[in-house]
Design a protein around this ligand. Structure first.
Ligand code: NAD
Length: 494
């Protein structure tokens, strides 16, 4: 944690000088002169004019990554040497933690204390974890007849492009870049157009960490232009994407229309949070439900946005969640007392408000919130709807804002049916003291992660990713290396 005060952060924000150029082939690159404006959701003011990359910059960055992979030292270093550079990168992230956290908070609106305490800690931990893992991997030697020798080795897959969203702009990037680099790949990162500043700063730091030119490149730009150019690029071997399911579909098409690059998708969610009457602590379940949906302004792929609560305890649990929603401190992301900041953009806030209007029109009952705060910036009240039915849009659509839908159930079968009644399968939780119920339900729910009597717990050593239309492939853990390596079989006849 940091003991910087609101006044300290405000004064740092006043002195903030963002990096606005791409990071290509080991240095800044101004691009062709086109720029776009990054606006802070905190107050609606322009933060920076940032270089806007298109086909030309993507070509340069991919060519640099290609050269670094085909001819440069990075894939040829020993795993221990690569690991050391990644650990050094982690240390630099820690040294620049205040500046990076400020960039994240200003560009996308989350409380700066969360950017500092949660996001930046995760980013440093990710680079350190994969750096330390780099020289602990082993290959396979399958059993053969005495006159043969079979080797199964992992090889880095080549140039990796990572296209990421704005909600955890650096964590999502680190979850892809760190294992890709540890495996010996080179990378091009395209941050979201809403949040390029923290990523461009990360690009600068990679030089100090000693990453050779071209190993890690950052191109800022729009999705439909720079993102599409990466998706279609014949020089990209793997495209690792985190973002919406709609854009994930584009990347599969880009791959089909170009070089059949491998595409890994971490997509949206509508995660069920199931509370049984025998939950060990109903107050804890309610507190966790509220924390989960309001944390990061609800802009979280794993947000427990559907609270499925047994009818017999619904009033008790929902009243507690509503009370938390009413008392949550929404405001300036730079104030350490703030618990929920601003939504990422005006357009996104309007989209979330549209979902709220639809929910009202469909007959869901508004228990708290629903309104925009009367102040500059894009602030929304924490919002809870109950009496939601499975046919309502509120029960199906990912809102990606601080809006909770509450549905009730009477039996375990009904809870599982409701939980699975979605195209998504990212995460779920079940609250019960009964071991059998916990295991039965977690097996029956189609989700990449199921939490029992908790939410959002986990470390870097467990995989993260989705089932169904929440995507495929896993970030985090050693399994992430599967995305960035090819298996080679060498069969030797002795
Ligand atoms: P988005 O899909 O709109 O954008 C994500 C990235 O894709 C951005 O970099 C954007 O520039 C790029 N992009 C947009 N349109 C493109 C196009 N036509 N071609 C190529 N690239 C394009 O998502 P968002 O609004 O930034 O983020 C919110 C979404 O991300 C939510 O659906 C959320 O659930 C999801 N998400 C998923 C995870 C996960 O791990 N599963 C984590 C965080 C966010």
């Amino acid at each position: 944690m940091t003991d910087l005060t609101h006044a300290d952060w405000q004064s740092l924000a006043g002195a903030f000088r963002p990096v606005t150029e791409h990071h290509i082939d080991g240095g800044p690159h101004a691009g062709g002169g086109r720029t776009f404006t990054v606006v802070s959701p905190r107050d609606g003011r322009a933060l920076a004019e940032v270089a806007c990359g298109g086909q030309g910059e993507v070509d340069l960055a991919v060519a640099a990554a290609r050269r670094a992979f085909d001819e440069g030292p990075w894939p040829r270093l020993t795993p221990t040497e690569r690991g050391r550079a990644l650990v050094r990168f982690a240390e630099l992230v820690e040294e620049h933690r205040t500046e990076l956290a400020l960039a994240v908070s200003l560009e996308m609106g989350k409380p700066v204390t969360e950017a500092y305490g949660i996001e930046l800690r995760a980013v440093a931990n990710t680079f350190r974890w994969y750096g330390e893992a780099a020289d602990k991997l082993v290959d396979e030697l399958p059993q053969t007849a005495a006159d043969a020798l079979a080797l199964v080795t992992r090889e880095p897959v080549g140039v990796v492009a990572a296209v990421v969203p704005w909600n955890f702009p650096l964590t999502m990037a680190a979850w892809k870049i760190a294992p890709a680099l540890a495996a010996g790949c080179t990378a091009v990162l395209k941050p979201a157009e809403q949040s390029p500043l923290s990523a461009l700063l990360l690009g600068r730091l990679s030089v100090e960490a000693g990453l050779p030119p071209g190993v890690f490149n950052v191109v800022a730009g729009d999705g439909p232009e720079a993102g599409r150019a990466l998706g279609l690029h014949p020089g990209v071997d793997v495209l690792a994407f985190t973002g919406s399911t709609a854009v994930g579909r584009h990347f599969l098409r880009y791959a089909a229309d170009s070089n059949l690059k491998r595409v890994w998708l971490e997509l949206g969610g509508k995660s069920p949070n199931i509370v049984f009457p025998d939950a060990p602590d109903l107050a804890a379940a309610a507190a966790s439900a509220a924390w989960g949906i309001f944390f990061n302004q609800g802009e979280m792929c794993t947000a427990p946005s559907r609270l499925l609560v047994h009818r017999s305890i619904a009033d008790e649990v929902v009243d507690a969640v509503v009370e938390r929603g009413r008392t949550l401190r929404v405001g300036d992301p730079l104030d350490p007392a703030t618990e929920m900041g601003a939504l990422v953009t005006e357009a996104h806030l309007k989209r979330v408000q549209g979902h709220i209007e639809t929910a009202r029109a469909e007959g869901a009952r508004l228990r708290c919130g629903g309104g925009r705060l009367d102040r500059p910036g894009t602030y929304l009240e924490p919002t809870v709807f109950d009496q939601v039915t499975p046919d309502m849009a509120l029960a199906r659509d990912e809102i990606f804002g601080p809006v909770l839908s509450v549905l009730t159930f009477d039996t375990e079968d009904e809870a599982v049916r409701l939980a699975n009644a979605t195209e998504y399968g990212l995460a779920a939780a079940v609250w019960t003291a009964n071991l059998s119920t916990a295991h039965r339900v977690s097996r029956a729910v189609r989700a990449g992660t199921v939490w029992v009597n908790c939410y959002e717990e986990g470390g870097l050593n467990v995989p993260f990713g989705g089932m169904k239309q929440s995507g495929h492939g896993r970030d985090k853990s050693l399994h992430a290396l599967d995305k960035y390596t090819d298996l080679k079989t060498t069969w030797v006849q002795l």
